[in-house]
Design a protein around this ligand. Structure first.
Ligand SMILES: NC(=O)c1ccc[n+]([C@@H]2O[C@H](COP(=O)([O-])OP(=O)(O)OC[C@H]3O[C@@H](n4cnc5c(N)ncnc54)[C@H](OP(=O)(O)O)[C@@H]3O)[C@@H](O)[C@H]2O)c1
Length: 323
């Protein structure tokens, strides 16, 4: 079978297709025939060496597919069932994976494997985030990278959680159109001058009650300025720009703004909580209340192109590899 392997850290081209033995299912394990492997922005950070990870490695931390084998003594009725699985050590950019029975979730009836993987980890992240920064009914919520894989689900979940106005901010016309289609009340292009003033104008000068940022850098800094004084909360869960937000705590204290380290709070959630959040988004998608935008799909051998597109801000919604 084929896998995509990185033998060194570096540019997307370090991702090379290779042939290897098919995985075997050990006790308590199943084999999944991968129909779609999710590619997240975090994958590009690991590939480029920004996070410590043992070399060589097969990237891919989430897959969707069909169970084809069960380990010794396993439940054979699972064979043929569609599932999504979380792979904590990677290995998802592959035609098949072996996973522990505890690591997969059944895809609810009526939901396609592509939609399931589209909402699975990104949706779990979005649902978990909204627990770190609960929205009070009617509040104004500003989301950066709102056309991204997590952002596009956050727009929908924030609205469903009772946000009065969701402002989706992203770069470029195509992304803004996607953000509007997903149900954002206002879509603003932060690639253009004047976006801060636009947010101020639509919020009557106050800014947003809740800001959810995964970009950091200059945009994150502006998003912090746009967090309403007196009660506003900014939850940060990523830094896709490559840098964080500089915070001057006395200014924060004077303004009465709360900054929430949402990434760490999500990572500290129990296995049960994250599983419940994943089950919630899968059920919402099956019920037609949550939709993943599958912006780009690539065959396995073009994994490097998927990473290049993500890093160049050319992707909308979820990026999938189809082995
Ligand atoms: N996927 C998860 O489950 C998960 C979990 C925890 C944390 N995170 C973090 O959440 C963030 C979003 O992840 P994602 O997988 O959903 O990615 P994504 O939002 O689909 O892609 C990243 C987006 O960030 C924006 N961006 C702004 N400046 C950028 C820059 N200099 N380089 C690249 N992108 C830039 C781009 O949108 P615009 O062009 O519209 O600005 C780009 O499309 C990442 O920081 C990731 O590390 C994700």
């Amino acid at each position: 079978m084929h896998i995509v392997q990185a033998r060194q850290f570096g540019p997307p081209e370090v991702l090379q297709i290779e042939k290897t033995e098919e995985p075997q299912a050990g006790p308590g394990q199943v084999i999944i025939d991968v129909k779609a492997a999710g590619v997240g922005f975090g994958d590009t950070l690991i590939r480029s060496g920004k996070y410590p990870f043992p070399l060589p490695f097969v990237p891919g931390w989430e897959v969707g597919g069909l169970i084809t084998k069960v380990g010794p003594g396993g439940d054979r009725s699972l064979i043929g069932r569609p599932v999504v699985a979380r792979l904590t050590s990677g290995g998802g950019y592959a035609q098949q994976v072996a996973v522990d029975a505890a690591a997969f979730l059944h895809i609810p009836p009526g939901l396609s494997i592509e939609q399931a993987i589209g909402v699975y980890l990104a949706g779990q992240t979005a649902a978990s985030l909204l627990k770190t920064v609960p929205i009070i009914g009617g509040e104004v919520v500003l989301i950066t990278a709102a056309a991204g894989s997590v952002g596009s689900l956050l727009v929908q979940l924030a609205k469903a959680a009772g946000a009065g106005t969701v402002i989706g901010a992203a770069r470029g016309k195509e992304k803004l159109n996607a953000v509007s289609r997903l149900g954002a009340d206002i879509a603003i292009d932060y690639g253009e001058d004047g976006w801060v003033e636009q947010v101020r104008e639509v919020t009557g000068g106050k800014g947003a009650d809740v800001v959810i940022d995964s970009v950091g850098g200059a945009i994150g800094q502006q998003a912090l300025e746009l967090t309403a004084s007196g009660h506003g909360r900014l939850a940060m869960f990523g830094a896709s720009s490559g840098s964080g937000i500089t915070i001057e705590t006395l200014g924060l204290a004077r303004r009465g703004v709360t900054v929430i380290g949402a990434l760490g709070m999500m990572l500290a959630m129990t296995e049960q909580q994250t599983r419940a959040n994943a089950e919630f988004v899968l059920a919402e998608a099956a019920a037609g209340r949550l939709t993943a935008v599958i912006g780009q799909t690539y065959p396995l051998e073009r994994a490097a192109e998927a990473h290049t597109a993500l890093e160049a801000r050319q992707t909308i919604g979820k990026v999938l590899l189809i082995p």
